[in-house]
Design a protein around this ligand. Structure first.
Ligand SMILES: Nc1ncnc2c1ncn2[C@@H]1O[C@H](COP(=O)(O)OP(=O)(O)O)[C@@H](O)[C@H]1O
Ligand SMILES: [Mg+2]
Length: 408
């Protein structure tokens, strides 16, 4: 899947601003890590450490691209490196990122939110669909075709874009789920692309034919971000650290954060990823490792109501389209979060629990409910009662819990 770039800049019908031509303007156009984290905070609950690392890496990606402008001769004004001639020839290397965190903790969401904010193309792909060139399936170069298409056919942009490859752990030797061929072959193919090469790519997706138009795309400037859950990695880290793997509290149905698990991931070293089954060269190309925490009940409760597209807001909007509304008591929200937490699928569990809770209302709501709000309390969530229906003005439109901004 690819995500259209430029959402904030190119609102419908607005022409794209012309690119900066002075060093000062160019530098000012780089998003600061803090502004990126601020944006991510609107979409993703918690995961502050991962947000910061990702934001710094992405901001540095732009600085590296800006530095590359020196050789194009396009920039006017004072070159920021002019007073440091010893740095003139220094090449800033890419800082590719590896995101490690449990399933449903927000890895893909972080990337989607970033894509919305940046004015370079971002491609979000799944490693399990990839094959080595020549095998049936999507080959690694299809990622570049997607990048080119997401850039709207703009080379400069495509060559400075971002490729996110999710489920990278599935390519590891010991857990490979890629049928017919080993994930290791795909790792090698990806490695070539990450190391930087010029690839002649077709200008559209789909089967190739002789004589198809191709264009050269240089991957040297592309930022790669890989993500995966890496199940079992904690055990590898813990045995390296000489600690017992017992007592992590996976699946604990209460509010307590699983003891040690998140901490353990933070101690990950390249050698642990090799032990997991990634090839050393590949690990070497991912110098920045950001880990995401397992989400606790409190996090899940906030995810229900706080983010820009929070699930509770979505369901409320659905009812509003029919002139009615939904209201969840704080206890109901907590109970939904608790039930979702017990499923051990991170925030993914929220949707199915919520769907079960509101299905009755969604099914029965009719014209007669116009102007009414259905109040969902803890009992309704547990299936022990039905929602109370009151006129819309009888309850405040938003509960304080939902109005709080997403932070921390
Ligand atoms: N930290 C979070 N904050 C807000 N929503 C989240 C968070 N983590 C996961 N979600 C939601 O849960 C679902 C799965 O998240 P996703 O980012 O795809 O997880 P994964 O870590 O497996 O890539 C998405 O609907 C996403 O919006
Ligand atoms: Mg994902």
């Amino acid at each position: 899947m690819s995500t259209a770039p430029n959402i904030p800049l190119q609102q419908h019908g607005q022409p794209e601003p012309s690119p900066p031509t002075t060093w000062a303007d160019l530098l000012a156009s780089i998003p600061s890590p803090m502004s990126l984290v601020e944006h991510l905070d609107r979409h993703v609950v918690g995961q502050q450490a991962a947000k910061r690392k990702l934001a710094v890496a992405v901001s540095n990606h732009f600085k590296r691209l800006v530095d590359g402008e020196r050789w194009t001769g396009r920039m006017t004004g004072l070159d920021p490196i002019a007073d440091a001639p010893d740095l003139m020839q220094v090449v800033i290397e890419r800082s590719n990122v590896l995101l490690i965190g449990p399933s449903g903790s927000g890895k893909t969401l972080l990337l989607k939110a970033l894509a919305e904010r940046l004015n370079v193309p971002v491609v979000i792909a799944d490693a399990t669909t990839l094959t080595e060139t020549g095998y049936v399936g999507e080959d690694v170069e299809s990622l570049l075709v997607k990048l080119y298409l997401a850039s709207g056919g703009d080379f400069g942009k495509a060559q400075s874009g971002i490729i996110f490859i999710d489920e990278i752990d599935k390519l590891a030797g010991r857990t490979s789920t890629v049928r017919d061929i080993g994930g290791e072959g795909v790792q090698h193919a990806l490695l070539k692309m990450i190391e930087g090469f010029v690839s002649f790519i077709p200008t559209k997706l789909g089967p190739r034919h002789p004589g198809d138009e191709t264009v050269p795309l240089d991957t040297t400037g592309v930022l790669f971000i890989c993500g995966g859950a890496f199940p079992g990695l904690e055990e590898i880290i813990s045995s390296r650290l000489g600690r017992s793997a017992g007592g992590f509290g996976f699946g604990a149905a209460n509010d307590e954060r699983p003891v040690g698990e998140g901490d353990l991931l933070r101690h990950v070293l390249p050698e642990d990823l090799q032990a997991f089954g990634l090839i050393p060269e590949f690990v070497g190309r991912m110098p920045i490792i950001a880990t995401l925490d397992d989400l606790g009940v409190e996090d899940l409760a906030r995810i229900l109501g706080d983010p820009k597209n929070a699930l509770l807001k979505q369901y409320r909007k659905i009812l509003r389209l029919q002139g009615a509304d939904l209201d969840f008591t704080p206890d109901a929200i907590r109970e939904i979060a608790r039930m979702a937490h017990a499923r051990c699928t991170g925030a993914r569990g929220l949707r199915s629990v919520l769907e079960m809770v509101v299905e009755g209302v969604m099914y029965e709501v009719s014209e007669a409910d116009r102007g009414h709000v259905f109040v969902i309390d803890e009992r309704v969530v547990r299936g022990e009662g039905t929602p109370v229906r009151t006129p819309i003005r009888a309850v405040p439109p938003l509960r304080p819990l939902l109005r709080r901004r997403v932070t921390g």
